[in-house]
Design a protein around this ligand. Structure first.
Ligand SMILES: [Zn+2]
Ligand SMILES: [Zn+2]
Length: 75
């Protein structure tokens, strides 16, 4: 889902998109654009945050960087 790129010397962003893996009987889709490049050892990461799609009368917020698996806050 994450389009990792190696050209980390220039500032850029990525589009991301996916589906949550909640085990409470439903899932949400999420998508958006990452923040700007954050240089780290061996490459770069991006910050990402937002809200999932609105399903079953609620949504979820998420906030993470692209070096880790996306973590979704429970409502
Ligand atoms: Zn990048
Ligand atoms: Zn939910």
């Amino acid at each position: 889902m994450y389009d990792y790129c190696s050209s980390y010397e220039t500032d850029h962003i990525h589009r991301y998109e996916g589906v949550t893996t909640y085990d409470d009987g439903h899932t949400h889709r999420y998508y958006g654009y990452t923040g700007p490049t954050i240089p780290v050892t061996g490459g770069h990461i991006h910050y990402m945050r937002g809200r999932t799609t609105f399903i079953d009368r609620h949504d979820h917020r998420y906030e993470n960087d692209t070096s880790l698996q996306i973590f979704f806050y429970a409502r």
